[in-house]
Design a protein around this ligand. Structure first.
Ligand SMILES: Cc1ncc(COP(=O)(O)O)c(C=O)c1O
Length: 387
């Protein structure tokens, strides 16, 4: 389906609401029925009818249709956060005694879901190096039900070979799940490569304005119905109609925003490659990235995220660089209009806490929609102290 059609028209039945160009926010918890028979039918298929907003809401339904089409999926569900979407999808595929093979170092709350939540219910897991297909296969046991991926990983940017992983999952009768937040559906469509369930933190690119927390699960109609009937309706971690409307607005500019972030990040990375204060760059679309060819094969772009290691001898030097940056915000998350830095030195030297597995020299950058030359000026003056 044409991307322009999806973003401008799909799901928008304007004849039902006065030909309004922007869809209405149907801010109603419940829906009334003119007849008993229609009420009865709605109970039989809550996902297809309008009964109660924890199940199906007309504003949210427009968003579902657009997001599913962008991911080339049959259907989608929208959650109140990416973490809720991840939890619901994973929980839906396992029961006590089952095992999950998961790529090493996924998003931190995914780690917590496996290590501290599912363990309590008798579901075990093994973390594996996602770059090593043989290691992934070796970790599969008779009781393994799920292969969980996140590609690229959002700090070291390592990829998994999605076509090969999907084949492996099929061979061993596993459900393959991927967190596709890094690429968004604009730059990677895992379902086309054989992956079963695609997840997003819609807080990132899909909404894109740093004002909504939301999540997405995309899959076949059958899997979505299965998740809807149990996890979606019981956990109730839904998006509000108001936030769904903001997300529909955000989606209108998704390809433009991605293109801008992607191109600006590439320009800044190119500038950094020549800079004497930069030790190493983690950016899948740089030709010296170890998995550059795989990135070219399965991604159409990288977007605004990359990490760098500074050539610094002391942690204080990295702190100084960071304090001199004036045009980047210091914040978690990414995918909005604003450029961000996340220096890993912030997680070092914390009393009574183990140091993270990442060097204090590492800084993750997210490049937003500002002029890249304006950002380079800021980087130039901040990095000067390391020269
Ligand atoms: C890669 C990735 N996946 C999932 C999430 C969780 O999404 P949310 O914060 O919307 O719950 C995040 C949040 O930072 C993330 O970076």
């Amino acid at each position: 389906m044409d991307q322009d059609f999806i973003l401008t028209h799909l799901g928008e039945h304007r004849e039902k609401y006065f030909q309004a160009v922007a869809p209405p926010i149907v801010q109603s918890s419940n829906f009334a029925f003119p007849e008993l028979n229609i009420f009865r039918e709605a109970f039989q298929d809550e996902l297809a009818s309008h009964l109660y907003t924890r199940g199906n809401n007309p504003t949210v339904a427009i968003l579902r249709e657009k997001v599913a089409a962008l991911e080339k999926a049959e259907d989608a569900l929208i959650f109140g956060s990416g973490s809720a979407a991840i939890s619901a999808a994973v929980v839906s595929q396992v029961q006590a005694g089952d095992h999950i093979v998961c790529v090493e170092a996924p998003y931190s709350w995914t780690t917590k879901l496996l290590t501290q939540f599912l363990g309590r219910f008798g579901v075990t897991h093994t973390f594996v190096d996602g770059c090593d297909l043989a290691a992934i296969e070796a970790a599969i046991r008779p009781e393994t039900k799920v292969l969980y991926l996140e590609s690229p990983l959002s700090i070291t940017m390592q990829l998994q070979d999605l076509r090969a992983c999907a084949q492996l999952a099929k061979k061993h009768d596993l459900i393959s799940i991927i967190d596709n937040s890094h690429c968004s559906p604009i730059y990677q469509n895992p379902i086309e490569m054989g992956i079963d369930i695609v997840l997003h933190s819609a807080t990132k690119y899909l909404n894109g304005h740093s004002d909504v927390v939301a999540g997405v699960v995309c899959s076949t109609k059958a899997i979505i119905k299965q998740i809807f009937d149990i996890e979606y309706m019981t956990l109730g971690a839904i998006i509000s109609p108001n936030d769904a409307s903001l997300m529909i607005r955000g989606l209108r500019t998704l390809p433009l925003r991605l293109q801008r972030s992607n191109d600006s990040a590439a320009k800044i990375v190119e500038w950094m490659r020549q800079h004497p204060a930069i030790e190493k760059i983690y950016h899948p679309f740089s030709s010296d990235f170890p998995q550059y060819e795989l990135a070219q094969r399965q991604m159409r772009g990288n977007g605004g995220l990359f990490s760098v290691e500074l050539k610094a001898e002391k942690i204080e030097q990295v702190e100084d660089v960071f304090h001199r940056l004036k045009r980047f915000l210091f914040a978690v998350s990414w995918g909005g209009y604003e450029s961000l830095v996340m220096p890993f030195c912030a997680f070092h030297n914390i009393p009574d806490r183990d140091a993270p597995p990442y060097s204090w020299r590492l800084i993750r950058f997210y490049i937003g929609l500002e002029n890249p030359d304006w950002l380079i000026e800021d980087l130039e003056q901040a990095l000067q102290i390391l020269e």
